[in-house]
Design a protein around this ligand. Structure first.
Ligand SMILES: Cc1ncc(COP(=O)(O)O)c(C=O)c1O
Length: 408
């Protein structure tokens, strides 16, 4: 092979920290294997279902759609309007009623390929509009946050999120980091259901964080990948409302992957909350330039499904019920797992009960995770991130027993 060849002296890149484990799980021939690693919702039988509301929307689309023409760069106007209504809905307000700032024209929304596309676009905007900014992420965080910052070429730093015993939010440390950041830096916060810790600020704590962010001139990027899987679709936006009330400009990276179970359709949205209408319109132009050079136009089918569901009151209510059912199953598994750990003598895991969303950390090290994989065919992510949706009535005692055996 010549030196100029693409393949000369190339060693392999590391596998993705989460998808790498999921691939190892798939390759494992043991029938009793348990997947608590993938960040997806699963039913009792380990299957990730297509929601009934999605099936109905697809049936209608099959009957009625007439073209596969390119979508506009920022997405279908009808879809982005509906996504805006979903993200910014206020407690007690009917779907579609918007907060005042939306009516002032301060919010623009673009359809992106998944939440990943939205985070990528947010980071691209930081690079273009705040070229000296660093991006701060919580330690720990979703590994793709730093991978995306590296890919775009924005320097990143991490700040503490949880206490040393990994049981609670370390609010003082978060506030110290905000005050240590340069004005103009960006912080990526998890809007709800922090991944991987499951530890979210309360609404009151969000207000304190948002106040500090506003005072310091920090740009909050709210990664809102799990809207609806914490306390509810509207309740989970307490974080967003805190930043709005503090008067911040905000980038919100939303995703339909989890709450619509539309993982492979790649539906997400970046919402831009700007200082005023003119600024929102100007930032939108930069976002479109970035998109044109990346994916050009968003994928159509998934967005059409979401628009069909959100645009039809009956179908939307059906879907909201399905989100509630997913959330309640996850929370039921959380509670049952904590009881099972206690009855196996694994120690006090009651702090898991205050966690939100699919994940929490069991605090296991790499050697313990390897033993779980090798000896029990149980797959978790770094630090023992467990996906409660992967548990079932049958699997809960098996996993609790295996974890307790490691800790005794
Ligand atoms: C914290 C967080 N942000 C964003 C995403 C992006 O999800 P997607 O690109 O599949 O919509 C995920 C998915 O796992 C996530 O956990």
């Amino acid at each position: 092979m010549s030196n100029g060849s693409l393949s000369a002296k190339i060693s392999s890149a590391p596998s993705d920290p989460i998808f790498g484990i999921v691939e190892a799980f798939r390759a494992d021939p043991r029938p009793e294997k348990i997947n608590l690693a993938a960040g997806v919702y699963m039913e009792e039988d380990g299957v990730t279902p297509i929601l009934a509301s999605v099936r109905e929307a697809e049936r209608r689309l099959l009957a009625n759609s007439t073209t596969k023409l390119y979508k506009p760069i920022g997405g279908d106007p009808a879809l982005v309007k509906l996504l805006r209504a979903l993200i910014f809905r206020e407690p007690g307000a009917p779907f579609g009623a918007l907060p005042a700032i939306a009516n002032e024209g301060r919010i623009e929304v673009l359809h992106t390929p998944g939440g990943t596309g939205a985070v990528r676009l947010a980071v691209e905007l930081v690079k273009r509009l705040r070229p000296n900014a660093e991006i701060w992420v919580s330690d720990p965080t979703w590994p793709n946050h730093t991978q995306i910052a590296d890919a775009v070429g924005v320097p990143h730093r991490s700040h503490p999120w949880i206490s040393a015993d990994a049981r609670a939010l370390d609010l003082d440390a978060v506030l110290q980091s905000i005050n240590a950041a340069k004005p103009g830096d960006a912080f990526i916060f998890h809007g709800a259901c922090h991944n991987p810790t499951g530890i979210d600020p309360t609404a009151a704590q969000w207000r304190v964080i948002a106040g500090a962010v506003a005072a310091r001139g920090i740009l909050p990027i709210l990664d809102f990948a799990y809207q609806g899987l914490g306390d509810g679709l509207v309740e989970d936006a307490a974080s967003l409302r805190a930043f709005l009330a503090a008067g911040c400009e905000i980038l919100v990276a939303a995703s339909a992957s989890k709450n619509f179970a539309l993982y492979d359709e790649r539906v997400g949205a970046l919402a831009i909350v700007a200082e005023d209408k003119e600024a929102a319109a100007a930032i939108l132009t930069h976002a479109k330039v970035a998109i044109r050079a990346a994916w050009s136009n968003p994928p159509g089918h998934g967005g059409e499904i979401v628009a069909e569901i959100l645009g039809d009151d009956a179908l939307r209510v059906q879907w909201e019920g399905e989100v509630t059912a997913m959330r309640e199953r996850i929370n039921g598994n959380r509670r049952a797992f904590v009881v099972a750990l206690a009855s196996e003598g694994a120690g006090d895991f009651s702090h898991l009960l205050t966690g939100r969303g699919m994940f929490s950390l069991l605090g296991l090290d790499d050697a313990q995770l390897k033993r779980l994989r090798d000896e029990q065919a149980i797959y978790l992510v770094a630090r023992g991130r467990i996906n409660f949706a992967g548990l079932s009535a049958v699997k809960i005692p098996i996993v609790a027993k295996a974890v307790a055996a490691l800790l005794r």
